[in-house]
Design a protein around this ligand. Structure first.
Ligand SMILES: [Zn+2]
Length: 261
């Protein structure tokens, strides 16, 4: 493949990802409210004017309109553009990382679901079942065609994913008499286990707890969140899942080759 063709493919992946990201924004705002993600068409939150397609071009429209509604001039959160850009970059990165593999669309669906889960959890401290439960089925279905796992490992991943956090939750409750783990986290880890296979579950818990404590401890000390207050764990699990998916096996191999005689 020539350099030109590679660049065209990567740009196409960004355009596709940012368009999907625009739809993910709709999901992030409407799913927690129990609204349809299909209709009505996107409207300004302030003046309720239906947004025209040329004002709804991912990332570019937000920049061209300098973050304001074209009709009423009300500020539009930069997060819309960030989610679009993030999704575009994730699509570009996965294409770069895996190459134009036939299962790439499945990877894109998986990443998109994790992006929605991350932002809904940040906003509302919930992980919507309408994403995680179909996500578990999707992961299991994928296991029949993807090269990195098989259906037995996927099935085990669901059980180990759900069960391990369930046990952590019980232990946490016995120690502190507080619920530390939301039920949504269990289903999210089951979804990650379904897609990645059971071998991913403990490394994912390790990566996400590590990053979670790096972020959470200073926040608790700075007093932004009271002690015992729940920091949403979903974004860390989602990030840990993707981190494992991209680099986990290499890191684990490195670790064992380093420590084995
Ligand atoms: Zn408006």
């Amino acid at each position: 493949m020539s350099v030109f063709q590679v660049v065209v493919l990567l740009v196409a992946a960004f355009v596709l990802g940012s368009v999907i990201g625009s739809f993910l924004n709709v999901c992030i705002y409407r799913i927690p409210a129990g609204e349809s993600v299909v209709s009505p068409r996107s409207r300004c939150q302030s003046c309720k004017t239906t947004i025209r397609w040329y004002h709804n071009i991912p990332v570019f429209s937000w920049v061209l309109l300098r973050g304001k509604c074209a009709y009423c001039g009300e500020k539009v959160s930069v997060r819309y553009a960030l989610v679009e850009a993030l999704t575009g970059l994730v699509y570009v990165f996965t294409l770069w990382h895996f190459g134009p593999h036939p299962v790439l669309p499945l990877i894109w669906i998986f990443c998109s679901a994790l992006i929605v889960i991350t932002f809904v959890d940040l906003d509302h401290k919930i992980i919507p079942d309408v994403i995680s439960l179909p996500g578990i089925l999707f992961g299991f279905a994928c296991s029949f065609v993807v090269p990195w796992t098989n259906w037995i490992d996927s099935l085990l991943g669901i059980v180990v994913g759900y069960g391990s956090l369930w046990i952590v939750g019980i232990a946490y409750y016995m120690l502190t008499k507080k619920d530390g783990m939301g039920g949504g986290d269990l289903k999210l880890l089951a979804m990650l286990g379904a897609f990645l296979g059971w071998k991913a579950v403990f490394p994912v818990i390790f990566f996400s707890s590590l990053v979670g404590s790096i972020v959470g401890v200073p926040m608790a000390i700075l007093g932004k969140k009271g002690r015992g207050m729940m920091l949403p764990f979903g974004p860390f699990l989602a990030g840990g899942g993707l981190f494992y998916f991209f680099w986990g096996p290499q890191i684990i191999n490195m670790y064992f080759s380093f420590f084995s005689p």
